[in-house]
Write a protein that binds this ligand. Structure first.
Ligand SMILES: Nc1ncnc2c1ncn2[C@@H]1O[C@H](COP(=O)(O)OP(=O)(O)O)[C@@H](O)[C@H]1O
Ligand SMILES: [Mg+2]
Length: 362
């Protein structure tokens, strides 16, 4: 139960404003899909279309092989948890969790069993007789999740459920959501977030939304290690991937790129996809940079350092109109400020993009 298939799905507001178009996506039962993307790119809109809270203006949404474009929300077998918990303030935790089942005319025994099960999974048993105001933010969010669990939906939708929590609670609740998913392996979940750590740690697959469409779908590691395009390359990972313009000068076992800044980059991108003379952007992650002994991919003066404890971020002096180059080294390295440093990266970690698209996918 609960495969979702989106085919050429589109959303237009008022007949004129395109928000999303050409969305093709297959979601298998039991997956935890995370939608990420810049603010305003349509994450909530897409989730609300799946829930049935927003009309689908083009294409089809299928749940288990049935087109549900015109099926009302309550009949889709979907539960949605919002950023604002929307609990009834005058009702206890137990009553908040029971409410939908009472409306559905379930028997008291069924309701008690469902609430007992959900409160055990969510560790809410000690709080069942409290009012929402006597709970922490994290506990309230768990009640909101509990309210959706009792209905035993096939699909759970979460729209930035942790963004109102402070940092420590966010981490704790994130782990609870991961455990919740493990306790319900056959349920499908779609989770919207702008938090990279949530996306990387929770997702079976991440959908990156940008420019009204899907920029890439893949496992967290696929997106991190082999981004399909420059947008995903710079959106996933923090600080963002460095991009340096250059030209392919050698193909063979490795692809060699002469960078406009004077450096040389070596990439393991397959040779048959790389043409001599092709203008490219080389992408390297700050955390993949190491001090060069041979050819340097980048050479510059360290303008500023940020020691974060386990790592130090080096900010290099800007040259010309290039973006500022960053490197992330293990340990504390404030002594490197003001020094001229030569950096390189392992060829397997060097991405090559032509016209914004990765040569790895050519
Ligand atoms: N009811 C609406 N009418 C017109 N435009 C809307 C409406 N709801 C959202 N939008 C627009 O759709 C775009 C996507 O919004 P949203 O899905 O909330 O983005 P996200 O959740 O990714 O931040 C935004 O540009 C927003 O202004
Ligand atoms: Mg949103």
């Amino acid at each position: 139960m609960a495969n979702l298939k989106l085919t050429n799905v589109a959303k237009t507001y008022g007949g004129t404003v395109d928000v999303l178009k050409n969305i093709d996506l297959d979601i298998e039962q039991g997956e935890l899909i995370v939608f990420v993307g810049p603010s305003g790119c349509g994450k909530s809109t897409l989730l609300r279309m799946i829930a049935g809270l927003e009309s689908i203006t083009g294409g089809t949404l299928e749940i288990d092989g049935q087109v549900v474009n015109d099926v009302p929300p309550a009949q889709r077998g979907i539960a949605m948890v919002f950023q604002s918990y929307a609990l009834y303030p005058h009702m206890t935790v137990r009553d908040n969790m029971s409410f939908a089942l009472k409306l559905a005319k379930k028997s008291p025994e069924e309701i008690d069993a469902a609430v007992a099960k959900a409160s055990r999974i969510l560790q809410l048993e000690p709080y069942l007789d409290r009012l929402p105001k006597a709970l922490s933010g994290g506990q309230r969010q768990r009640v909101a999740i509990g309210r959706s669990i009792v209905r035993e939906p096939k699909v759970f939708l979460f729209d930035e459920p942790l963004s109102n929590l402070d940092a420590a609670l966010r981490v704790a609740t994130r782990i609870e959501i991961a455990q919740l998913k493990e306790s319900m392996p056959d349920r499908t979940m779609i989770y919207v977030t702008h938090d990279q750590v949530e996306a990387m740690t929770l997702a079976t697959r991440i959908v990156v939304l940008a420019n009204k469409g899907i920029a890439q779908v893949g496992t967290p590691l696929e997106l991190y290690e082999r981004p399909e395009n420059e947008f995903v390359a710079q959106f996933i990972g923090s600080p963002a991937m460095n991009l340096l313009p250059g030209e392919i000068v050698e193909t063979g076992e490795e692809t060699v790129i002469r960078l406009n800044s004077g450096g040389m980059a070596r990439s393991a991108v397959p040779t048959q996809t790389a043409d001599k003379g092709l203008k490219v952007n080389v992408g390297v992650r700050p955390e993949d940079m190491v001090e060069a002994t041979g050819d340097a991919l980048f050479e510059g003066v360290v303008d500023y350092t940020e020691a974060l404890g386990e790592v130090t971020i080096l900010y290099f002096e800007k040259t010309g109109d290039a973006d500022q180059f960053l490197a992330k080294l293990p340990g504390i390295h404030n002594e490197m400020r003001g020094r001229t440093v030569r950096m390189t990266a392992d060829p397997s970690k060097v991405q090559v993009f032509a016209n914004g698209k990765s040569l790895y996918y050519r």
